[in-house]
Design a protein around this ligand. Sequence first.
Ligand SMILES: Cc1cc2nc3c(=O)[nH]c(=O)nc-3n(C[C@H](O)[C@H](O)[C@H](O)COP(=O)(O)O)c2cc1C
Ligand code: SF4
Length: 649
Amino acid sequence: MFENLLQPIALGPTELRNRIFNPAHGTTLGHRGVVSEELIAYHLARARGGVGLIIMESMTVHPSYSFEDAFLYAGSDRIVDGLNRLATQCRAEGTPVFGQLFHAGRGVRLSHDGSRPLSYSASDVPDERYRVVPVPMPNEMVWELIESYVNAAGRLADADLDGVEILASMGYLIAQFLNSLTNRRNDEFGGSLENRMRFLREILSGCRARIGKGKTLGVRITLDEKTENGQPTAEMIEICRLLEVDGHVDYFSVISGSSASPQGWIHVFPPMSVAQGFVADDAARLKQVVDKPVLVAGRINQPQLAAQIIDAGKADMIGMARALIADSEFVAKVMRGHSEEIRACVACNQACVGHRLAHFPVSCIQNPLSGREHSLGDVQPTSEAKNILVIGAGPAGMKAAVVAAQRGHRVQLHERSGRSGGQVNLAEALPGRAEFGGVTTNLQRELERSGVQLLLNSDLDAEAVARIQPDHVILATGATTRLPEVEVEGVELVDAWSVIRGEFDVGKNVVIADWSCDWTGLGVAEKLAREGRYVRLMSGGSVAGESIQGIVRDHWIGILHGLGVEMTAFARFYGALDGSVYFQHMTGGEPIACEKVDTIVSCYAPQANRTCDWVEDVDGLQLTRIGDAASPRTVEEAVLEGFNAARRV
Ligand SMILES: Cc1cc2nc3c(=O)[nH]c(=O)nc-3n(C[C@H](O)[C@H](O)[C@H](O)COP(=O)(O)O)c2cc1C
Ligand code: SF4
């Protein structure tokens, strides 16, 4: 089934052992613009996991865009040594390494000191997403930029990387030059297609001359920017055709989306509400026009889908950024014939994109080792096998049980309900969120392989605990819902979890009192609006969904808008009387009244579930409390704390 996917391929002079590559992705694991031990350990784990090619994260090339806290900087010779160590170690595991060169142009949101930096572009066309007005690059600066790309490519070659990829995609600087709507220049870099292509062509020919024929040179492009005023797809295909004729490029890598608009940005990091493999048809269109290999990435998280795309001839290689963040051994599992063991990414964007955009190292909600390979190392066997009792089979308890068992402990996992998964079971029941249930599916499979004894419908008491004789108890009982302490009369008040479970017949006119600003309010609003109700979502933050990852939130807000959900920000739930629900504006202090309301759905702060706290009084027990049982937060913290607790017992 995976025969073609696992076939070797050559990109220019570089031979690859299979068709799966790790596309460029910023990790925030570098240190002050250079490669760190953390970054080496991160990529080494993926090379050991069998990936055919690693394309390293965007490196900046010129001081006009060089934020060293976030990006590696290839504009200085300081980059060479670390890159060389990284590439040498990955190659020793069978995985060549390319570096990607990048300049954001007007797509600037970062600053070294809090002030807004000058941004540069082809012309002074404003940017919708960052609301930036760029400085048009003087002609001599354009030539200087070209030289910077070429010098940076030279440094990558000096570091003995196997190849260089030029990022000409996602609406960034080179794309700003290519697009007639963002390039209004009247020098040799603007006007005709030939002139708009000159910037990219000079970069590619210069890079080829500098790195020679012994290294691969590729270009990353976007065929569908999903953006008003984006580059027309047909013109971009023509650009690729002309680049192939020029003869400098060894491959084309296709991605979707753009940095220039919220909708475009969503498609650069597509959340689970975007269809899997949605870029494959773009790649197929390009393949009809060029002979060089075409690479594709975007929501491909299963080997079956990857194989289908390769088998159908739509692309020559499959990129998996988040799938490999979630499971560094993805490829090795396919090669071993155990693809069912893959911890599939659920496209929640929380700990990968979310961390990255907040300037923290990437990780994964399902895989705390990801991004922490250097500091944590492999899970070590215990020198003293103990009896471990884990109470509660939500993500925290499941992860704790798996890791404790992997270390050689004897582990019992008790769950009061008839199903493992905890709140994940609620989240996956919402419209368009079924894939989130993968978190439980993945953990369940890990449990089965680890030898943990899972006991469902198990209501423990002190006697039962005494019989088990645990050396250590991990308390992972999760959270329970609660209602806010406000006066409500003459309107039905129900909690969101009960609504998701279908336990209430919610009325026609609904107000959601959304303290949480997370998936609950957005999800319940979508569910009820799809069921034909008039929904007002009153959020306790500056925007609905403020607490969740921004891209997931933004896509969801668009869906709610389309469904006619009314959204109000900064609304503090105050009370209700006879069909009217009252809020107070959190900053202005004015009252906000919602009339003719049948049902209020409350998304209020959950509380730690303390129903098993009596174990604290059992003599001689060591106890660790994790996840929501300590304080209600998200799956990420639940899994991380389960992982850490099991490493310590
Ligand atoms: C944390 C993160 C950072 C990224 N940074 C880059 C980057 O530096 N350069 C780039 O070309 N793409 C970047 N991407 C986009 C990925 O290469 C990839 O195209 C995208 O994540 C879709 O693929 P996936 O569904 O396999 O994750 C990044 C993606 C992630 C998740
Ligand atoms: S945090 Fe979510 S989106 Fe990111 S790699 Fe993990 S499962 Fe995938």
